[in-house]
Design a protein around this ligand. Structure first.
Ligand SMILES: [Zn+2]
Length: 274
């Protein structure tokens, strides 16, 4: 077990960016702290627990040690430990069950939780939907290129299955959105890069849940999307990284154009928390 001392878990040497946009709601660049804020004890314990989960190779569904063992391990009181566990639960990293046989259980990393936390900050900063789609114009073409360079027989099979599933669902079927999302999510898993996978999936999730919750899902189900997905998929299957990247750039750029051309556009809606 990795004996991380929670007192040492903080990394105060992190230096924040000192340039860049200071848009609506964001702390201006010159006021951003150069040194990260001090980290409180429960947060340090939470970080040490995450460190243990990773170094011990715990998988979703595995139990964490019981409370008395963790208190001994981290040399902390009950209140601090419970607050640490609550922090992890809020972030969707563990589930807490009470009663006999209860206790903290490791859960799978879910991009939906990443998206939810990110949306809180986006909401506070006043970020708009078109900014979200603009960001996807940068990351999605990279996903398509990496899906080609990291492809292997198993991932190509998953892509073929995702394409066949999307092709089998009529555009006016409510399951089409799920099938179209599945195409994108399959590509992100093909990148072989967990940062790109999580980031791209979280951004896509933020976009989809808001479009669906605002009741405009039908506008995303036009036939052109099905064709664009098929062409991107075929370029990846053919091993053409340049074409896959360019087709994906066009595909996400069309999203932005469609959104901005719509009279009841979501383009200027704030990205809300949730
Ligand atoms: Zn798409």
């Amino acid at each position: 077990m990795n004996r991380t001392d929670p007192q040492e878990a903080a990394t105060p040497g992190d230096v924040a960016a000192t340039d860049g946009a200071s848009g609506n709601g964001l702390l201006p660049a010159q006021q951003r702290p150069r040194i990260a804020r001090p980290v409180k004890l429960p947060e340090r314990i939470a970080a040490a627990i995450v460190s243990d989960i990773v170094s011990d190779g715990l998988r979703p569904g595995d139990r964490l040690p019981i409370e008395s063992v963790m208190r001994e391990r981290f040399q902390v009181g009950r209140a601090s430990l419970r607050e640490a566990l609550r922090i992890l639960e809020v972030h969707g990293l563990i589930s807490l069950r009470s009663g006999p046989g209860g206790g903290p259980i490791v859960t799978a990393v879910n991009p939906r939780d990443v998206a939810r936390t990110f949306s809180l900050y986006l909401n506070m900063s006043g970020a708009r939907m078109h900014e979200l789609v603009q960001a996807r114009i940068f990351i999605e073409p990279m996903v398509a290129r990496m899906a080609v360079s990291n492809r292997d027989p198993a991932s190509l099979k998953r892509l073929e299955e995702a394409m066949a599933y999307e092709a089998s669902i009529p555009p006016d079927d409510e399951r089409y959105i799920e099938a179209a999302n599945n195409f994108h999510y399959t590509l992100t898993t093909m990148t072989g890069n967990r940062v790109v996978d999580l980031l791209a999936t979280a951004l896509k999730e933020l976009y989809t849940t808001r479009v669906v919750s605002w009741g405009v899902a039908s506008r995303t189900t036009e036939p052109s999307i099905r064709n664009e997905h098929r062409e991107i998929g075929e370029a990846i299957l053919a091993g053409d990284a340049g074409r896959a990247e360019e087709l994906m750039r066009q595909h996400v750029t069309y999203y932005l154009e469609r959104m901005e051309a719509d009279p009841s556009s979501l383009s200027n809606e704030t990205v809300t928390w949730g």
